[in-house]
Design a protein around this ligand. Structure first.
Ligand SMILES: Nc1ncnc2c1ncn2[C@@H]1O[C@H](COP(=O)(O)OP(=O)(O)O)[C@@H](O)[C@H]1O
Ligand SMILES: [Mg+2]
Length: 458
């Protein structure tokens, strides 16, 4: 079964296709070498044999049969690849190093292939030869040939290596294809396994990354990043649902109770009017809370990323400070803005403005009368900007600093102040949307809270 799956993978089929292509081209290459080598060698042999016959016939024409006999005798004595035989017209051998006239029918040019016994140092051996037969004036016939045993060896060797080359290519191709397919299949199996676990509900699963940086690793990385994002959004959604259920129930209950009490003990139009007016106020507050929740959710989902524009952060910060001046004065708080000039960045104007406002609002709201609140905007090395809001209030205990950026989280001692606990959640979401960092810490001296937001300028 696993073997069948292996053979069925795209990788394996690709590898096999490549192997076939490779084998065909290899076969063609060796084939061309084979063909040109053998045809060259046989043409060479035929040419020398034909020339030699012509030479011998000329010897006969100038010196008669005696001359021919002595030439053939001399040549026959030199041991080598050459075969000679001079015979009567009826085939009776006269002279030569071939024992008898071969019993082979020649082609129309007189060419034959024959077997003969070649005497070697190690004893006689049966060899193949290629020879040509020619008549000499009708009275004799002459045969000249060459031992082609060695040539046939070469041919056989080439043919053999052709076979081996094919076999090795096929074996390597199959093996390589199988290994390759097994590797990719293993990696894809991991991805599939993870997907199944996630489908079954385990959203915390992640695809293992090997660290090789190959395309499968990149796929795994992207899948994991996607899963992270999905998980974050789902957790946010679950949190929002939980929060709405818990935190909006009490104001709704309050609202309902007030109406009920009014109905039970109302004494006239005046009282009804007053009750309805405060009902509208509470409904407005609820609507505001819903709006705040909605914009946090949208910021977290990255839905507002398109609304980014180039803006003057310095101007924006000064506007916020100006806006909060009256409230600070009313509360007996000194609001100081130290803003560097001309800090521009790409961002969402409304969200950034709302975020700085939320921080300043908290600082004023949670500081005692006579305290000082400082809004500082300064450039940072590395193309970044730093927004600081410092106050002299009670501060936030270190253990709660992460918590207060969650929705609806308010410290116990803050309950007397207006608010629902969504201000810092929006700040955190906006900072994340702008790829910045948010840190809550202690001021350098005295009590209070120091909020630092760092945003990249580019
Ligand atoms: N400057 C501050 N000093 C002290 N406590 C703060 C300050 N800013 C925020 N907090 C605490 O963090 C909580 C969450 O703040 P926030 O999200 O703005 O909600 P809200 O202001 O509506 O209560 C506040 O309820 C308060 O307990
Ligand atoms: Mg607030």
């Amino acid at each position: 079964m696993p073997l069948l799956r292996l053979l069925n993978t795209t990788t394996f089929r690709l590898a096999i296709a490549y192997m076939v292509l490779f084998a065909v081209s290899g076969f063609a290459l060796i084939g061309i070498v084979y063909w040109s080598t053998t045809s060259f060698m046989s043409r060479q042999t035929d040419a020398t044999v034909a020339a030699e016959i012509q030479g011998l016939v000329e010897q006969y024409q100038t010196g008669g049969i005696q001359r021919l006999i002595s030439v053939i005798q001399a040549r026959s004595r030199v041991a080598g690849d050459s075969l000679y035989l001079l015979a009567e017209a009826d085939g009776t051998a006269i002279v030569g190093n071939l024992s008898a006239w071969p019993d082979v029918v020649p082609d129309e040019d007189g060419w034959i292939t024959l077997e003969f016994e070649r005497p070697l140092d190690t004893g006689p051996e049966l060899h193949q030869a290629r020879a040509r037969i020619a008549p000499v004036e009708g009275r004799f016939r002459i045969l000249v040939g060459r031992d082609i045993e060695q040539r046939m060896h070469i041919v056989a060797t080439i043919r053999n290596s052709l076979g081996w080359a094919l076999a090795i290519t096929a074996a390597l191709g199959l093996l390589g294809g199988a290994l390759l397919a097994r590797y990719t299949m293993g990696r894809l199996d991991e991805i599939n396994r993870t997907s199944r676990r996630i489908i079954q509900g385990d959203l915390s699963r992640r695809v293992p990354v090997r660290g090789s940086g190959d395309e499968l690793d990149q796929t795994a990385d992207n899948l994991n990043a996607m899963l992270d994002q999905i998980e974050r959004l789902m957790m946010g959604m679950r949190q929002v649902t939980d929060n709405i259920a818990h935190d909006l129930r009490s104001p709704l209950n309050r609202l309902r109770n007030r109406i009920e009490v009014t109905l039970m003990e109302a004494r006239g139009d005046e009282a009804y009017r007053a009750a309805l007016e405060s009902t509208i106020d509470e409904a407005d507050e609820l609507i505001n809370t819903f709006n705040a929740l909605l914009s946090i959710a949208r910021v977290e989902a990255g839905a507002l990323r398109e609304d980014m524009s180039e803006l003057d952060l310095s101007q924006l910060a000064r506007d916020v400070a100006e806006l909060y001046e009256p409230l600070a004065e009313e509360r007996g708080i000194e609001l100081a803005a130290q803003v560097s000039e001309g800090l521009r960045l790409r961002g969402n104007r409304e969200l950034l403005s709302q975020s700085i406002a939320n921080l300043v609002d908290n600082a004023i709201k949670y500081s005692p009368s006579g305290a000082k609140v400082t809004l500082r905007v300064t450039p940072m090395p590395d193309n970044a900007v730093r927004i600081e809001v410092a106050d002299q209030g009670p501060g936030i205990p270190a253990g709660e600093r992460e918590n207060v950026t969650k929705r609806f989280v308010r410290l116990e001692e803050s309950r007397s102040e207006p608010g629902v606990g969504l201000g810092l959640s929006l700040v955190a979401a906006v900072v994340r949307l702008h790829h910045g960092a948010l840190e809550l810490s202690d001021p350098a001296e005295g009590s209070g809270l120091l909020v630092v937001v760092e945003l990249p300028l580019a």
